[in-house]
Ligand binder design. Structure first.
Ligand SMILES: [Zn+2]
Length: 304
């Protein structure tokens, strides 16, 4: 579980505990008998522990207290479970772990997806479901767009282990590259693949700005089950950092068989020029990478 998720559950438990305390105080103020009922179980347990009360007698007494509490609540027009501990998720009792299986609770997986979506700026507009072929200015480009959509959907279907783990999407701006990057990320998260989508700019800035260690900042990029790195070529070129960082990401992810999608406005020559032979040939390694080059007219400058 990530620290962010742990904090979420600890905040959630605090919030529900405070809500419960408020209910207890409210009931005690309205009906003084509640105070005695709330204190009584502790006394019964102590007596049982000290051997002054048999286990069966203690159990029966606790049952009586519980019944009286519930009846009292109902007589006040409240639900009988009004003073039970409050849990947002009754399966994991707001721990994120399903006590029966010891596995992450469904609510934790859902929360983690939400967190990934907001952290990665993955949006719910640019999705395969919202793909609109009418934006293409001509049949050729429409055919290319539809082919690209099918290709990307097959890639997502094969996640987390597509035959070729990497995709390199090239083409000038305004051809929908980022749309497909987002759609892949959105669909991948939907099928439970831990996905990180970032621009190369954000990635390098994160590494440069890392407060504690660059290694930790890089770890997120190295360990995501699927990484989508958009706008490759717009990141700051810092000697000994930019090229090395991108090389490490490519290398270590390939070694761990983790899929990576790279998106760039640069063409093949541009990639060689900017990143050098060693990195560019890694990006274009045909054994690991499907290279897709989008061509045509800019979709954004078209009049609607
Ligand atoms: Zn849960």
């Amino acid at each position: 579980m990530t620290n962010e998720l742990k904090r979420y559950y600890s905040d959630l438990r605090d919030k529900n505990y405070r809500l419960w305390q408020k209910r207890v105080a409210e009931c005690e103020a309205k009906e003084p008998r509640f105070r005695a009922l709330n204190e009584e179980p502790g006394r019964v347990m102590q007596q049982a522990a000290a051997g002054k009360l048999s286990y069966a007698a203690a159990k029966s007494r606790l049952g009586q207290i519980e019944a009286e509490r519930r009846n009292l609540l109902i007589s006040m027009g409240l639900k009988s479970d009004y003073l039970d501990m409050i849990y947002t998720c009754t399966v994991c009792r707001d721990t994120g772990v399903d006590g029966k299986t010891g596995k992450p609770c469904a609510c934790a997986l859902k929360k983690e997806q939400e967190m990934m979506l907001s952290a990665s700026r993955i949006n719910d507009r640019e999705t395969f479901a919202n793909f609109n072929e009418s934006i293409y200015p001509n049949n050729e480009q429409k055919k290319q767009g539809l082919g690209m959509k099918r290709f990307c959907e097959r890639y997502v279907a094969a996640l987390p282990r597509p035959e070729k783990p990497n995709m390199l999407i090239l083409g000038q701006s305004g051809l929908g590259k980022s749309f497909f990057g987002n759609a892949i990320a959105y669909a991948a998260i939907d099928k439970g693949v831990r996905t990180l989508k970032a621009t190369a700019y954000q990635c390098i800035q994160n590494v440069l700005n890392a407060l504690e260690s660059r290694e930790d900042a890089l770890k997120t990029y190295l360990s995501a089950e699927l990484l989508i790195l958009d706008d490759l070529g717009t990141e700051p070129m810092v000697p000994n950092i930019t090229v090395e960082t991108i090389f490490r990401i490519l290398n270590e992810r390939a070694a761990a068989l983790l899929p990576t999608v790279l998106i760039s406005n640069l063409d093949r020559e541009g990639l060689f020029e900017r990143y050098g032979e060693r990195v560019a040939s890694r990006m274009m390694d045909g054994a690991l990478t499907s290279i897709v080059i989008l061509r045509g007219d800019n979709l954004r400058t078209r009049t609607r």
